[in-house]
Every structure is written in C-alpha cells, then in structure tokens.
Write a protein that binds this ligand. Structure first.
Ligand code: NAD
Ligand code: GLY
Length: 359
C-alpha cells in the first residue's frame, strides 16, 4: 500500500493507493465521524462494488444513492436526486458522503457534499484510472451546464481518497486509455522523468501490469498534490493541470457531453496545445510527433472530430474559466516537462493551429 498526503493545512488529507482496499474497513473508519454514510454511485458500478463496500461498512447506517450513468447526467437535475434522497431519509450534517465511481460520480458527490446543509464530510473512492489519477484529488467539484463544462461547482476537499487498484480490472479498455491521457499530462507539464518512463512503459500500462499501474497512479497523484498544495483554488499555477483542456472542453461541448470521453478530448487537446507551443518556438516538431506517437500507442485520438471549424473552436474556447477580461489564456509547453499559463501567444499562430487541425 502506498500513501501520499495532500498538505492543505486543516484541509489536508491522505491518498491511499493499493490492492483490495475496498474490503478493509480500517481505511475508511478514521474518516467517517458519524454513524451514517450515504454512498453515491451509479447503475454500472453498483453491480461490481456496492455489495463489497456495504459489507466493509456494515457497522454504519448506510444509504445508497444510485444515479444514472454518463457525462450527460452530470448536471443540476441529477445533483438534485442526491439532495432529494438525503432529505427524504433525514440525513444531517453528521452524514458522510462516499463517492463510489469515476470522475462524474466524484465531481457530483463532492459538489453535493459542499452544498448539503452548507457542507458535510466526503470520501472519494475513485474507480476509473482517470478519477484515480486526477479528479478525486484536489477538491474541484461540480456539474456541467449546457453552455459550458464544469461551469457550476465549488472547491471542496475530501477527507480521504481511497484508491483500490483492483477496481481497474473491470474498467473497459477505452476508459483505461482515457485515464492514460491525464497520466501523460503530468509528464508533459511538470515531470520529464515520468514522461520518459511513460514512453518506455506505456505497453505495460495498457496490459494492466499492476506494478506499473500503481507506480503511474502514485506518480500522478504526487505531481497533482504538489501543484494543488501550491495553488489550491487555481489563482495561478494550478491552471497548468488543464493542459489541452481548453481545446478539449470545446470538443466535449461541441460533440455533446458523453460521445467523446473527457480523456479523449484532453488527448486531442494536448496535441493542439503542443502544436501551438511548437509554433511559438518553445518545443520542437519532434517533441510534438513524439507526443502523437505516445498518445496513439495509448489508443487515444490525436485530432479533433470532423465537423468542428476554427470559429466554433474559438467561440467555445472563449467560455473557458481561465479567460480573464475576455482574453483567452492557454496552457502551453515551454519544454517537455514544463508548462506555463499564458495569454502571450500569437493569435495568428492559434488560428493557424486551428486551421491545421480542422482541415
Ligand atoms: P466516468 O465517471 O463517466 O466513468 C467512465 C465510465 O466507466 C462510466 O460509464 C462509469 O460508470 C464506468 N466505470 C467507472 N468505474 C468502473 C469500473 N471500475 N469498472 C467498470 N466501469 C466503471 O468518467 P471518468 O473518466 O472517470 O471521469 C470523467 C469526469 O471527470 C468528467 O466529468 C471530467 O470533467 C471530470 N474530471 C474532473 C476533474 C477534477 O479535478 N475534479 C479532473 C479531471 C476530470
Ligand atoms: N483537473 C484539473 C485540476 O484539478 O485542477
């Protein structure tokens, strides 16, 4: 079992990474203060892991809230289903919410925890690779709006993140690849040795080698924790975690939430961000090609979908949360292993980049 800490003063919390943690009550007990726990999950994950976690938490008074599955349900309407059940079953401020699922469940449960009676405890039990390496750590919670992704939400940290790597055994290949996009992101933005390790070990990750997966999850969480500790509410450096996301969110919004997976949109977006970084003279064309090769090996898309044009991209990118006073800001690479957040790029280079990728 590996353990990390996200050091945020009185909001600090541990990340446990290991095999079969779901069946061990010790990892949960210290982070549940009252007698009642509301497990939030969805109809896909419940058949795999709900009985197991219910057995582990048998000493608690449990409520199970089962949501429909899918990014298209990550909205205020579905969030309200959580509040409906919590209120119907008279849950109080002492209840702990437990998110059992991927990033959609984790983001919604965290936001529900931030809002319910002005804030209750919550535990992240992420079950996709993407949620284990990214969304469960750092306290970003929220839902989508028809006009923009993750536009309604709150920063609200969990009490603990419990990552059971055995849950990856039931994850579809496409979802595993989507998670690898965020893993590769950490190498690109802040960890060149990890990027090189990924270039050498991507095959082991795709083969679900447990040792390689544990290492990649640990390294990703560690990289993310260090960034979040420096800038919890994204007033500066935390934005580097969004490499490729401005392009990617535009793809997700354009295609309608759910048809492109978040990690897939991020993969294509990272290639576009790398291409723009190259046009700006920061990284070489070989660096961009190397990234494309790595993403393709991970079975990830390296181009946006057909049918999206540069004007549509610009319109959707303008909704990005990083935009300041109407000025688009992007995460670019100034070298492989180091990212910057900047509005100091040539608009013509951006147009050239969009035209190339939309042709
Ligand atoms: P997801 O939550 O939709 O899960 C993907 C699919 O896998 C779903 O169908 C789910 O039911 C299923 N699933 C989950 N665990 C499984 C398992 N162990 N076995 C079999 N099936 C399983 O998608 P995701 O990729 O986990 O998360 C994407 C979401 O995370 C997006 O909404 C994105 O905006 C958000 N996100 C948030 C942050 C953050 O910092 N909060 C960071 C990155 C992404
Ligand atoms: N996934 C971006 C962040 O947590 O800041």
């Amino acid at each position: 079992m590996l353990e990390l800490k996200v050091d945020l003063g009185d909001r600090s919390y541990p990340i446990f990474i290991g095999s079969d943690l779901l069946s061990n009550a010790d990892y949960f007990q210290s982070y549940i203060k009252g007698r009642r726990v509301a497990i939030v999950t969805n109809e896909t994950i419940a058949p795999f892991y709900l009985d197991l976690i219910k057995r582990t938490l048998a000493n608690y008074d449990l409520t199970v809230i089962t949501l429909p599955d899918g990014e298209q349900y990550k909205n205020l309407e579905t969030l309200n289903l959580i509040f409906d059940q919590l209120l119907q079953e008279r849950h109080t401020r002492k209840t702990t919410l437990l998110a059992l699922g991927g990033g959609v469940i984790g983001d919604m449960t965290g936001f529900a925890a931030a809002c319910y009676q002005r804030g209750v405890d919550f535990i992240q039990v992420p079950t996709t690779l993407l949620s284990q390496v990214d969304s469960s750590v750092g306290g970003k919670t929220g839902v989508n709006h028809a006009l923009g992704k993750n536009m309604i939400g709150a920063f609200y940290q969990p009490n603990a993140v419990i990552i059971d790597t055995l849950t990856l055994n039931t994850l579809p290949d496409r979802e595993l690849s989507a998670g690898l996009a965020e893993v590769i992101k950490y190498g690109l933005i802040c960890d060149k040795p990890f990027y090189q390790w990924l270039q050498e070990n991507i095959g082991r990750l795709l083969d679900r080698d447990p040792e390689a997966l544990s290492y990649a999850i640990h390294q990703s969480c560690q990289d993310k924790a260090r960034v979040v500790e420096t800038d919890e509410t994204e007033s500066s450096i935390r934005a580097i975690l969004n490499l490729g996301h401005t392009f990617g969110h535009a793809i997700e919004t354009h295609t309608g939430y759910g048809s492109w997976l978040h990690g897939e949109a991020v993969a294509a977006g990272m290639v576009m961000a790398a291409d723009l970084s190259c046009r700006e003279g920061h990284i070489s064309r070989e660096d961009v090609d190397g990234l494309i090769y790595l993403l393709e090996r991970a079975s990830l898309p390296v181009m946006p979908p057909s049918g999206i044009n540069p004007d549509r991209f610009l319109e959707l990118m303008a909704v990005d949360k990083k935009a300041l006073d109407g000025q688009l800001r992007l995460v670019l690479l100034d070298s492989v292993g180091h990212a910057v957040v900047t509005d100091g790029f040539s608009h013509q280079h951006l147009i050239d980049c969009l035209e190339q990728f939309c042709s």
